[in-house]
Design a protein around this ligand. Structure first.
Ligand SMILES: *Cc1c(COP(=O)(O)O)cnc(C)c1O
Length: 394
């Protein structure tokens, strides 16, 4: 049964109600107190286990190297993995259609442009999923589009994009899909057997609850095999990185060893919690406690139930003139909870994350802190001046 221990009792650090880096367990941190050489057999075995477990979590176990997918790691933060995915998979003659409803879609567009790839965009407001009919029409009209880029959970707002429907549509048009599942992978199921993609990028420090420093891309092997020479960068060439592993089992350049060993421990704890289903359940419980509690104090969420992923929740800024965000932020920090400023263009907002080594009791603690800080500011109600149509309809 679940072996969850709240991080609150383990260290004196504030809890991070942020979308990553996030609060990790004491045991994950303790995994880093040793040194290994990058050619150390013990480290190579841990790294191999980590890469195999990731592809297993993606729903495509690579038993004896006979599976359909492989994990290719990338030293660096999540964006390094996204950039590696785009430059490796989209050939110089290709064209990438980017689905944008937040900062991470925008970032992918910028990456493709810098890499000199042709780009087109389907953009919707931050509180709206992509329009599938429009996507269908764009794919039919523009035969130059070779690849589509979609964000699974757009962390800017916390919206859950319809990745299964997008994948089916892209496959129906015979195009290739690249997924940024950074803030969802490990907690929200995305099964490679059911959701056709060429590549999916994520990182060590989000729902897998490791520390930052390793990105990775789950690649469909036959698609990756076609990518030799595509990359317009040496360090982010996934084809070359994968060849290096196939030949020597080693990284081409110094790996973040401590991060990888900590990720191995984090993946063990992920399995002990019941894998993707178990982790997703805890995050859903966290999100429910948080949303119900904040609503009871008058706060309004940006998104309705159907669009809200249990990863990070965007709240409208309260309209009470006595509410000062910096005071609110500092008051929560003093009480041991770090929240996240908003990043939206559609509304003035702030965010609170549900992921990391946090459980519903921690969320209740955060709610009690919110109440105290509001009382100190003499704000009785967290409601915004204007309620979005979607929220009102919900
Ligand atoms: C966190 C995140 C990334 C990567 O961000 P880094 O700061 O580079 O780790 C990319 N996409 C999404 C959706 C994310 O949430």
């Amino acid at each position: 049964m679940p072996t969850f221990t709240s991080a609150a009792s383990e260290t004196g650090d504030p809890l991070l109600l942020t979308p990553g880096p996030l609060t990790t367990s004491a045991t994950v941190k303790q995994a880093m107190v040793h040194d290994w050489g990058s050619r150390d057999a013990g480290f190579i075995a841990i790294n191999k286990m980590v890469l195999e477990k990731i592809v297993e979590l993606a729903g495509a176990p690579d038993t004896d190297g006979q599976g359909t997918h492989v994990t290719v790691p990338v030293q660096g933060s999540g964006t390094f993995a996204v950039e590696a995915m785009i430059t490796t998979f989209v050939p110089k003659s290709g064209k990438l259609l980017v689905l944008i409803n937040g900062a991470y879609g925008q970032r992918a567009k910028k990456i493709a442009e810098i890499a000199g790839r042709a780009v087109s965009v389907h953009e919707t407001p931050e509180d709206r999923p992509p329009d599938l009919a429009k996507l269908d029409a764009m794919l039919a009209a523009d035969t130059a589009i070779t690849h589509v880029f979609a964000v699974h959970c757009e962390t800017t707002s916390g919206i859950l994009n319809p990745i299964v429907e997008v994948a089916a549509l892209v496959a129906r048009h015979g195009r290739r899909l690249l997924v940024d599942s950074m803030s969802a992978f490990g907690a929200l199921e995305i099964d490679a057997r059911a959701v056709p993609y060429d590549a999916l990028a994520a990182s060590s420090n989000k729902c897998l609850e490791g520390v930052p420093g390793l990105g990775f891309v789950v690649c469909r092997k036959t698609a990756l095999a076609e990518c030799k020479g595509n990359a317009t960068t040496l360090v982010l060439d996934l084809h070359d990185q994968a060849e290096g592993f196939a030949k020597t089992g080693q990284y081409r350049f110094t790996p973040p060893i401590h991060v990888i060993v900590a990720l191995g421990k984090a993946i063990e704890e992920h399995a002990a919690e019941g894998g993707v289903a178990g982790r997703g359940l805890r995050y859903r419980d966290n999100a429910k406690v948080l949303i119900d509690g904040m609503r009871a104090m008058g706060f309004r969420t940006l998104l309705g139930e159907k669009l809200q992923a249990p990863i990070i929740v965007t709240f409208h800024m309260p309209s009470d003139p006595r509410f000062v965000f910096q005071t609110f932020y500092d008051g929560l920090k003093e009480r041991g909870y770090v929240i996240y400023p908003g990043k939206l263009t559609v509304a003035d907002s702030f965010r609170m994350g549900c992921i990391g080594r946090l459980d519903p009791e921690d969320m209740k603690g955060a709610l009690a802190a919110v109440r105290e800080v509001l009382d100190e500011m003499r704000v009785s109600n967290g409601g915004p001046a204007l309620v979005s149509e979607q929220d009102a309809a919900e």
